[in-house]
Design a protein around this ligand. Structure first.
Ligand code: AMP
Ligand code: MG
Length: 449
C-alpha cells in the first residue's frame, strides 16, 4: 500500500501543462493566461465625468451656496461617447452626462443635485440649452472628474502570464479592446466505463444489470475542473472490446477508466493495461478508493496518462478528486490545486479502527453560531452514491486515529468551495499540517458554507 502523497507525486510527474491556443475571451473562462497582457492606450481614454451634471470652471463657482447661487450660462450638452465641440469661457457651463469627456476649459463637474436644475428643469423636449443654471455649491478643481488612464495607462502590463481567467480578468481583457487571448489549452479527457453489468442510462432496465453512474459523475468532474470530457461509453469485460476502446481514448490528452482494477476474475482492465501500456497498480492508503491503476500509453510519440479508477461509484469519485482533479489542473497550467479544509465539530462518532487508511467519510458541513459542524450523510459503503449527493465535504480522519467522538474537532475537505478548484489561482506557502496533500486548513472564521 502506498500513501496518497506518494501516489499523487508519481502521477503528477507524468503530467505536463498542455500547449497554448488562441481563444475568444468568453471561451477561456477558468483557463490560464499564456501571454502577458499590456495596454496600448489609456483607460479611460479621456478625462471624463463621474456624475451627471454641469461641467464648469471651478473658479466660477467660488462662494456658491444655497443662499448665494452662481449663475452660469449653459452653452451646450454632451453625452457619453461624444466630444463637445467648443470651449468654456468664463461664466459658462456645459450640461454633461456620466462618462462624457470633460469639455475644453472645464475643470470640475457640479452634479445636478447641486444646481437648481432639478427644480427648474422644463418638460422633456421643451428644454432650452441657451438658458442659465444656478450653482448652489462651490466646486473644487477636479471635482467628479475621472482622469484619463486612471484605470490603466498606455504601456502598463495589466495581466501576467499564468493568471487564471476569472470573470473580472475576462472583463479587463475586453476593456482593452481584445476579442482574442492566448491561453493554455483545456485537456480532452476520455472517460470509459468497464463492466458487463453496465447499461447506458436511457436503455431499458434489464435484470441484474445496473446503469453506468461513473462515466457521468467522472465526466462531470472533468468538466467542473476545466477539462473537456470525451465519453467513450461502456466496454464489456473482454480484452478485445477494452483494447479497442482504449485505442479510441488515446486520441485524448488523458484517459480515465473505471472498474476492473481489483482482484476479481473478470477484472480485465488490469490485464489489458499490463499488455498495452506502462502501468503501476497501487493500493492507496485511502478509504474509500483503495485500488487504483496509473500508467501511460505511447501514441505517436506522445505519452498519454491513464488513471484507472476503482469501480464503486463513491470510490471512483473520491479517487478522481484526489488524483484526477490535480492532474487536470496541472495540464491546464495551474500552479495551485489546493482544496480548502475546515476544522469542524463532528456531530457523529466516527470509527476507523485498525484501518491503515485515511478515512474520507461523506459529510455535510453547516455553520451555526460562527462554528462549523460536520454530520455524516448516511451509510459509508463505497457503492452508496446518494450519500455522496448529500455531502459537501469529506472528513480527513487520519489512519492512526481509531475513533473520534461526537463533539470533537475534525478536518473536513470542502468539495463545494471553489477556492483552488475551478480557478486554482490560490496557493498557500504556509506549513500545511493536514493529513492530505493538496489541501490547506483555513480558519473557520474565514469563510461561510
Ligand atoms: P469492479 O471494480 O469491476 O470489481 O467493480 C466494483 C463495483 O463497482 C461493482 O459492484 C460494479 O458493479 C460497480 N461498478 C463498476 N462500474 C460501475 C459504473 N460505471 N457505474 C456504477 N457502478 C459500477
Ligand atoms: Mg467489474
Amino acid at each position: 500500500m502506498i500513501s496518497i502523497e506518494e501516489a499523487l507525486q508519481q502521477l503528477l510527474a507524468h503530467v505536463q501543462a498542455l500547449p497554448e491556443e488562441t481563444k475568444h475571451p468568453l471561451q477561456a473562462l477558468g483557463q490560464v493566461l499564456a501571454e502577458d497582457v499590456a495596454a496600448d492606450f489609456d483607460i479611460p481614454p479621456l478625462d471624463n465625468t463621474a456624475m451627471d451634471g454641469y461641467a464648469v470652471r471651478a473658479e466660477d463657482t467660488a462662494g456658491a451656496a444655497e443662499a448665494s447661487p452662481r449663475e452660469l450660462s449653459v452653452i451646450g450638452e454632451v453625452a457619453a461617447g461624444y466630444v463637445f465641440e467648443g470651449a468654456l469661457a468664463p461664466g459658462t457651463a456645459v450640461r454633461i452626462m456620466t462618462g462624457a469627456p470633460i469639455p475644453e476649459g472645464a475643470d470640475a463637474v457640479v452634479p445636478f443635485e447641486e444646481t437648481d436644475e432639478p427644480f427648474t428643469r422644463p418638460p422633456e423636449g421643451a428644454r432650452s440649452l441657451s438658458g442659465t443654471v444656478h450653482v448652489l455649491k462651490e466646486a473644487v478643481t477636479g471635482a467628479n472628474v475621472r482622469r484619463a488612464g486612471e484605470d490603466v495607462r498606455a504601456g502598463d502590463g495589466v495581466l501576467q502570464r499564468g493568471t487564471v481567467l476569472r470573470p473580472q480578468e475576462i472583463g479587463v481583457i475586453a476593456s482593452l479592446g481584445r476579442n482574442e487571448v492566448r491561453v493554455i489549452r483545456r485537456p480532452v479527457v476520455a472517460v470509459l466505463s468497464t463492466g458487463d453489468e453496465l447499461l447506458e442510462p436511457g436503455q431499458p432496465r434489464q435484470g441484474a444489470r445496473i446503469y453506468d453512474a461513473n462515466a457521468y459523475s467522472v465526466a462531470a468532474q472533468v468538466r467542473r475542473f476545466g477539462g473537456e470530457p470525451l465519453l467513450l461509453g461502456i466496454a464489456p469485460d473482454t480484452v478485445e472490446a477494452l483494447t479497442a476502446k482504449i485505442q479510441e481514448g488515446l486520441a485524448a490528452d488523458m484517459l480515465i477508466t473505471s472498474a476492473g482494477v481489483s482482484k476479481g476474475d473478470y477484472d480485465v482492465v488490469k490485464d489489458v493495461l499490463a499488455k498495452e501500456g506502462e502501468v503501476a497498480f497501487w493500493t492507496v492508503a485511502m478509504k474509500p478508493g483503495k485500488p487504483l491503476a496509473f500508467g501511460t500509453f505511447e501514441r505517436d510519440g506522445r505519452r498519454i496518462p491513464h488513471i484507472g479508477l476503482p469501480g464503486n461509484p463513491v470510490s471512483s469519485m473520491v479517487a478522481f478528486e484526489l488524483f484526477g482533479r490535480p492532474a487536470i489542473m496541472k495540464m491546464m497550467g495551474k500552479r495551485g490545486w489546493l482544496r480548502p479544509v475546515v476544522r469542524a465539530i463532528t456531530t457523529d462518532r466516527i470509527t476507523n479502527v485498525d484501518d491503515p487508511r485515511l478515512f474520507l467519510a461523506r459529510c455535510s458541513v453547516t455553520r451555526r453560531d460562527g462554528r462549523y459542524y460536520a454530520s455524516l450523510t448516511g451509510s459509508q459503503g463505497s457503492g452508496i452514491l446518494t450519500s455522496m449527493a448529500k455531502a459537501n465535504g469529506l472528513t480527513l480522519i487520519p489512519a492512526e486515529v481509531d475513533a473520534v467522538e461526537e463533539g470533537e474537532e475534525i478536518d473536513v475537505l470542502m468539495l463545494d468551495w471553489s477556492l483552488g478548484d475551478e480557478w486554482g489561482s490560490w496557493t498557500d506557502d504556509s506549513e500545511g499540517d493536514t493529513p492530505l496533500p493538496g489541501t490547506t486548513v483555513i480558519g473557520p472564521a474565514d469563510r461561510s458554507v
